[in-house]
Design a protein around this ligand. Structure first.
Ligand SMILES: Cc1cc2nc3c(=O)[nH]c(=O)nc-3n(C[C@H](O)[C@H](O)[C@H](O)COP(=O)(O)OP(=O)(O)OC[C@H]3O[C@@H](n4cnc5c(N)ncnc54)[C@H](O)[C@@H]3O)c2cc1C
Length: 414
């Protein structure tokens, strides 16, 4: 039954859509606000994996050592825009401080525990939105060029195992049997048999929104400019001059969450890790499951629309155009992996919302009991959206959250 409480959710990416549906499940009346087509931002172009194994952050002690070669090689999945980094040094410094072993171990533990809850958040939404057909369980393969690279990754893979990931080791013959169209002679690999992937991430958001509307949810195609909060309510000022009154608001605008006026985000260390994809239409038959090339930093995922090569990390902020070097890197590597047409049909740039400690922000704002935050899911937003929505709905409903969210609280930045 619908309660009187109206909650507004700002941002209709996968995180906002998941929060909106979970809030409806708890009986709230919900307004979802986004100027763009739901799910058309970063949530559209990702690699599609439900990455329960994804507890190892980009932060790592080894990154210091590898940083110069990663930054100055044209054959690298990592790039920094020096002008951007120098003018926004705080995030980078904090990110590097979070590369210390003790910090990394903590991140792995916290992400591992949250990742163990993925399907508690996702399954009910797939049922509710009749979206099971958009997920397929074909497993996931991670491949290494040679034994040395494989051995170097062993400690982090053991940590994955410790967090509950199950996988088997593969040799060159196994890889060829499982994925015969791979033309690069990868020596070693890992197979995570139980992993699922989404066949069209934007369609998943759209399916959620159709369900949201059937349940009397209100979708406003407007930009939220400012949130005004007073005693007992919030007002959201939209770019068409109107305002929306609500009793609470959930900020789920991904990497753009800090750009909304009036909300106390000043202390939050949210920035973006830009990521890219190139996609070849009608080539998805070349691979059965997502295959990620360890050293090259991307996935080849068979999607409904084609074969998508998605990944890389670029630190350059939310506003710069696509970097042609990274597009050409992905295109070149894709051709090393498979026999493909010369040019991709799609080149895409997305903005992962990332805090320097690689943890999402889930919880009440430190400044207002009417503002909830749900962003910062870095490389794992598709995976963690469902459980984030569930936790946000529990909080909004005054329940004790079913997972310890203290480590994800915005308080950690105070
Ligand atoms: C290359 C790449 C590969 C990836 N692969 C995976 C993967 O395999 N598995 C995985 O789990 N994750 C993956 N990710 C990460 C995942 O895509 C993101 O974490 C996730 O999409 C973030 O979702 P979001 O809803 O927080 O943000 P977004 O999808 O960016 O949505 C934010 C929404 O907010 C809206 N908005 C912004 N400002 C305003 C405003 N002022 N008012 C109203 N609305 C506003 C935007 O229009 C947008 O629709 C990948 C990311 C990239 C870039």
């Amino acid at each position: 039954m619908t309660k009187q409480t109206r909650i507004a959710v700002i941002g209709a990416g996968i995180v906002g859509c998941s929060c909106a549906l979970w809030l409806q499940r708890k009986g709230f009346a919900v307004t979802l606000i986004d100027p763009e087509e739901p799910g058309s931002g970063t949530s559209a172009g990702n690699a599609g994996t439900i990455a329960e194994y994804g507890c190892i952050p980009v932060n790592s002690p080894g990154l210091f050592r590898r940083l110069p070669s990663l930054l100055f090689s044209s054959d690298s999945p990592l790039s920094l825009n020096p002008g951007y980094v120098l003018s926004h040094p705080v995030w980078m410094i904090e990110f590097l401080l979070n590369c210390r072993q003790r910090k990394v171990d903590r991140i792995i533990r916290l992400l591992g525990k949250l990742l163990a809850r993925v399907y508690d958040g996702l399954d009910p939404l797939l049922e509710m939105a009749d979206a099971r057909d958009l997920l397929t369980q074909q497993g996931f393969m991670h491949v290494y060029v040679d034994q040395r690279e494989f051995d170097a990754a062993k400690p982090s893979n053991e940590l994955r195992r410790k967090q509950g990931s199950e996988f088997v080791e593969l040799d060159r013959g196994d890889i060829r049997d499982l994925e015969p169209n791979l033309k690069f002679p990868f020596e070693r690999g890992l197979l995570f048999d139980s992993i699922s992937h989404v066949l069209n991430p934007q369609a998943l958001c759209q399916r959620y929104v159709e369900c949201f509307k059937r349940n009397q949810g209100q979708l406003l195609r407007q930009r939220a400019l400012e949130v005004l909060h007073g005693a007992g309510s919030v007002q959201i000022r939209l770019d068409n001059g109107e305002t929306v009154d609500a009793e609470r608001v959930v900020i789920a605008a991904g990497a753009f969450s800090k750009s909304i006026g009036g909300i106390p985000t000043g202390l939050l260390k949210l920035d973006t890790e830009r990521g890219y994809h190139v996609q070849f239409s009608n080539m998805q038959h070349l691979v059965k499951r997502p295959v990620s090339w360890h050293h090259a930093g991307f996935y080849a995922t068979p999607m409904n629309q084609g074969l998508r090569f998605a990944g890389t990390v670029e630190i350059a902020g939310n506003h710069k155009e696509k970097n042609p070097r990274i597009i050409s890197y992905l295109n070149r590597k894709a051709h090393e992996m498979f026999e493909l047409p010369e040019h991709p049909d799609e080149e895409w740039l997305g903005f992962r919302p990332t805090c320097p400690d690689a943890l999402p922000v889930i919880g009440y704002s430190t400044a207002s009991e009417y503002i909830l935050f749900a962003f910062g899911h870095q490389h794992l937003g598709l995976t963690l959206a469902g459980i984030t929505g569930k936790l946000i709905a529990e909080l909004a409903n005054g329940e004790e959250p079913s997972h310890n969210i203290a480590p994800f609280s915005p308080r950690r930045f105070l």
